[in-house]
Design a protein around this ligand. Structure first.
Ligand code: GLU
Length: 303
C-alpha cells in the first residue's frame, strides 16, 4: 500500500518554528517513501481557531515549499461523522455519559494526574444505573467518556522505540465529546486518520502520551493503525520550549527576516540532515533524509 502522511495543524495562531520543524519532517518522511500527503485543519476549538488563521497557515506552508496532495474537510465541519463514530462505540457499550464538572475533579482529594497534567478520572459516573442517568440527563447534557481497560498498550514508535502506557493507571477514562457538544481531539484525530487512509503520523513528541489512547480507539474500531514517528521539540537557547506565545519565533516575524531556504537550512542543520547551516529547499533535502540522523533529545535552536 502506498504511504500516506498528513499535516494536521491547529489554526489557533501563526505557526512557530517548532511547528515548521514537525511539518518539514512529516513532508520529508512521506515524500522520501514516495507517498502522498494530506492537509487537515484541526479547528475543533472554534473559539481559538479561525478561517483566517487557516488561510495564513496554508500560505506559510506554500511559502516554505511544503506542498500537499489533497485536503480533508476541516474538523469543524465533521460533527456528523464524529457522531457516527461515537454512536458505534456507544452501541458496543464502550462509552458512558458523565456529569462531573472540572471543579468536581479538581476538588477530589489527592487525585492522581496523568502525564499530560489532567487529573485521572476517578470513575464517579462509570457505574451509574439507568435510572440515575435518566435523572441527571433531565438536569443537563452529559459529556461522554471512553471506558479504558487496566492493561498496557505498547507500540513501537518509529523514532523513539517501544513506548508503553497503562491506560487505567496513567490516563483514566478519557473524554470523547464535551458537554457543549464539541468532540475531543482524541476521537477526531483517529476518525479522520482512518477516513483519509493515513499510514504514517509524524508529529511533535508532546503528543507521544496521547498515542496509546489513540491506538486503543483503533483497536475498538477494528481499524489498522498508522506507524507513528514522534519528533523532538525545539527549544530556545535557554531551554525554554517554543510556543505560540513566542511571537519572535512565529512565521509572521521570521518571514520578514529570512528566505524559506534559509529557514529550512537552519531546521535541517538542527535535524542533523545538513552539516552546515546553509540555504536549502525541501526537495534538496529528500536524498539526505534518514530517521537515523534525527536527534532524540530536544534541540536548542538559535535563530
Ligand atoms: N493539531 C495538532 C497540533 O497542531 C496535531 C495533532 C496530531 O498531529 O495528531 O498540535
Amino acid at each position: 500500500m502506498a504511504e500516506c502522511g498528513r499535516f494536521a495543524p491547529t489554526p489557533s495562531g501563526r505557526m512557530h518554528l517548532g511547528n515548521v520543524f514537525s511539518a518539514l519532517l512529516a513532508w520529508l518522511s512521506v515524500r522520501a517513501a514516495g507517498g502522498e500527503l494530506v492537509l487537515r485543519i484541526e479547528d475543533l476549538d472554534t473559539l481559538r481557531c479561525s478561517a483566517e488563521n487557516a488561510g495564513i497557515l496554508k500560505d506559510d506552508l506554500r511559502w516554505l515549499g511544503l506542498a500537499w496532495d489533497r485536503e480533508q474537510p476541516d474538523q469543524s465541519a465533521r460533527s456528523e461523522y464524529y457522531a457516527s463514530i461515537l454512536d458505534l462505540l456507544r452501541g458496543e457499550g464502550f462509552v458512558y455519559p458523565c456529569w462531573c464538572t472540572r471543579g468536581d475533579l479538581k476538588n477530589a482529594a489527592n487525585a492522581p494526574h496523568a502525564s499530560d497534567g489532567h487529573p485521572i478520572y476517578p470513575g464517579t459516573c462509570r457505574g451509574l444505573t439507568p435510572e440515575e442517568r435518566a435523572a441527571k440527563a433531565k438536569e443537563r447534557a452529559p459529556l461522554w467518556r471512553l471506558r479504558v481497560p487496566d492493561g498496557d498498550v505498547t507500540f513501537i514508535d518509529g523514532h523513539y522505540g517501544a513506548y508503553t502506557e497503562n491506560l487505567a493507571h496513567e490516563c483514566g477514562d478519557f473524554i470523547l465529546r464535551r458537554a457543549d457538544g464539541v468532540f475531543a481531539y482524541q476521537l477526531a484525530v483517529v476518525a479522520d486518520d482512518i477516513d483519509a487512509g493515513i499510514t504514517q503520523v509524524v508529529r511533535g513528541r508532546d503528543l507521544l502520551p496521547s498515542t496509546p489512547r489513540q491506538l486503543y480507539l483503533y483497536r475498538l474500531l477494528g481499524a489498522a493503525p498508522p506507524k507513528y514517528y514522534h519528533v523532538p521539540l525545539l527549544t530556545a537557547p535557554d531551554g525554554r520550549r517554543l510556543s505560540k506565545r513566542d511571537r519572535d519565533l512565529d512565521l509572521g516575524v521570521l518571514r520578514g527576516k529570512y528566505t524559506a531556504p534559509e529557514l529550512l537550512g537552519a531546521l535541517a542543520h538542527a535535524a542533523g540532515l545538513l552539516e552546515k547551516r546553509e540555504p536549502v529547499s525541501a526537495e534538496e533535502l529528500l536524498p539526505l533524509f534518514d530517521w537515523a540522523k534525527i536527534p532524540r533529545n530536544d534541540i536548542a535552536i538559535e535563530i
